[in-house]
Ligand binder design. Structure first.
Ligand code: AMP
Length: 188
């Protein structure tokens, strides 16, 4: 059974929704650097304050900050039986770091799910979500910047994991149920 997974996809591709379903099916926890940063922000830590400035502009938080959060968190017994990382890694630097940490722990990734969506559709989806969730990082200029950062920094990971033989490419343009059916078929 595949139990150490990543989910990749542009902002607004529906990663969060599908991630919850995958975790339920496989009985594994989500590993989310976005959530870790949001809890630092809520607690009002220095790290949280610095992160908020960057997040509100659609920029990535520096790799060094993310790496220290990830290394501590991944060693926790909570993730011993597996995990689904959502929103991590965001660039090649982080992907290499994750490979190293897992190797040091004597393990490795089993598969990487890529939700492949038309980028021109996700701006509309994100603006709708911004209205519903009232997220301060979801104004139109910030959304456009996040998509640009995704294309420049995160999209190269698709190729990286394809070459590593780990990629499961999923057409993410359909309904939530259609996308879920495609993912579930691949996880059997
Ligand atoms: P998310 O909930 O994954 O969309 O993350 C929200 C924001 O937190 C992102 O837009 C980034 O600014 C920041 N963030 C989350 N994960 C990372 C990461 N792995 N590397 C850098 N920045 C991140």
């Amino acid at each position: 059974m595949k139990k150490r997974l990543l989910i990749l996809g542009a902002p607004g591709a529906g990663k969060g929704t599908q991630a919850r379903k995958i975790c339920e099916l496989l009985d594994i926890p989500t590993f989310s650097t976005g959530e870790m940063l949001r809890s630092q922000m809520k607690a009002g830590t220095e790290l949280g304050k610095k992160a908020k400035e960057l997040i509100d502009r659609g920029e990535l938080v520096p790799d060094s900050v993310i790496s220290s959060l990830v290394e501590a968190e991944l060693q926790s017994p909570h993730y011993r039986e597996g995990f689904l990382a959502d929103g991590y890694p965001r660039n090649l630097e982080q992907a290499h770091f994750l490979d190293r940490v897992l190797k040091d722990m004597g393990t490795k990734l089993d598969a990487v799910i890529n939700l492949d969506v038309r980028l021109e559709d996700v701006v509309g989806r994100l603006l709708k979500r911004a209205e519903i969730e009232n997220r301060s990082d979801d104004t139109e200029p910030v959304i456009r910047r996040r998509l640009q950062v995704y294309q420049e920094q995160t999209e190269p990971l698709v190729r990286y994991y394809r070459e590593a033989g780990l990629l499961i490419n999923i057409d993410g343009n359909g309904s939530i149920d259609q996308v879920w059916d495609s993912i579930a078929a691949q996880l059997q």
